[in-house]
Design a protein around this ligand. Structure first.
Ligand code: GRG
Length: 323
């Protein structure tokens, strides 16, 4: 890549405060939730079963294993860029990280991508077992919706906005989003894949949650329908660019750098940009997408007064990231 890499320290300097808020809130929500149920709970009807305690450990494990927290960050930054307060978006941001983590836990299962390492740690089915990993995913997905409904401040966000958000949320996770991307991705494993199909896979598999992040942030900020649509489009562009970089990093970065098994795409004969187009053409397509994102950002600033500086930095990070 020609552009200078976005160093981890620069990323943390710019987004450290938002990342810290997300991390602290994730921990607080998880602890609050566990408190309702674990031995020692003060809630009268709590079930005091030690097996539940083990399940909570398994559930916390992939969430607290780290991760870049990019999707919650995009959601939070989208809300702030559209004039909203971070508090309005934090519950949905944490919920989105749960859904993303869920998708990774299931993606790593032997019946899907069959991976041993994620976020620098053994995957959930390795650290526990397959059934636990399936159930952890299921539990994360359901908790996500509960957190949005329970924690989004009702004095700032209307019930109608929440309903719209939940409909969009459900679709983005469904066959109209993430699940479709995963299915088609697996379907084409080991098979020839044309460029349109490849883009289709990436748009669903990775683009759906990135677009949801930008869309949810705009919705929670009370943005107009046109602005919500245009923020969603920016999310789609970022999502596709992010996945091309992911494909490229899989070919050139180390397992230690990635926290997941490097070179896995080739081993499993995955449909990826480097496999279909070659490295140089993939980088060229990436540059075109970044230019498109930059045009989208200037339109958002000029037409809607969106405060785009931090979103610009996130686009630049997406372009040049090495982590
Ligand atoms: C969650 C509704 C639902 C369904 C699950 C298994 C599945 C369907 C989808 C998997 C999709 C998938 C694995 C997409 C890959 C997207 C991607 C590039 C993930 C890596 O994201 P990073 O780099 O990871 O942001 P960290 O660990 O930093 O969060």
């Amino acid at each position: 890549m020609n552009a200078t890499s976005f160093a981890r320290s620069d990323f943390e300097a710019m987004f450290g405060e938002s990342l810290h808020r997300i991390e602290a809130q994730l921990v607080a929500y998880l602890e609050d939730e566990a408190q309702q149920q674990l031995p020692g709970s003060t809630v009268p009807h709590a079930r005091l079963n030690p097996a539940t305690e083990r399940f909570w450990q398994a559930l916390r494990y992939p969430v607290m294993a780290g991760g870049k927290r990019l999707r919650p960050l995009l959601l939070l930054e989208s809300c702030m860029a559209c004039g909203g307060q971070p508090e309005w978006a934090l519950p949905a941001a944490c919920a989105l990280e749960l859904v993303h983590t869920y998708s990774l836990v299931h993606d790593d299962l032997p019946c899907m991508d069959n991976d041993d390492l994620r976020r620098g740690m053994p995957t959930v089915h390795k650290a526990y077992d397959e059934a636990t990993a399936v159930l952890v995913g299921d539990a994360l997905f359901s908790l996500a919706t509960a957190w949005i409904l329970r924690h989004t401040p009702r004095d700032a966000v209307t019930a109608e906005t929440l309903l719209t958000l939940l409909e969009d949320w459900s679709l983005a996770c469904s066959v109209r989003g993430l699940v479709n991307g995963q299915f088609v991705d697996m379907y084409y494993e080991g098979q020839p894949c044309d460029p349109d199909t490849l883009q289709y896979i990436h748009r669903y598999k990775t683009g759906a949650l990135m677009a949801l992040a930008l869309r949810a942030g705009a919705l929670l900020a009370g943005a107009s329908p046109l602005l919500v649509t245009q923020m969603t489009q920016l999310g789609e562009t970022i999502g596709l660019a992010f996945q091309i970089v992911d494909d490229l990093l899989d070919t050139r970065a180390s397992t230690a750098q990635l926290g997941k098994t490097a070179g896995k795409d080739q081993t499993r004969q995955k449909a990826t940009y480097p496999a279909v187009f070659g490295v140089a053409a993939s980088e060229q397509q990436l540059s075109l997408l970044i230019e498109q994102a930059q045009r989208q950002l200037s339109n958002l600033a000029q037409r809607h007064g969106v405060a785009v500086t931090r979103l610009e930095a996130l686009v630049s990070y997406t372009h040049t990231r090495v982590f």
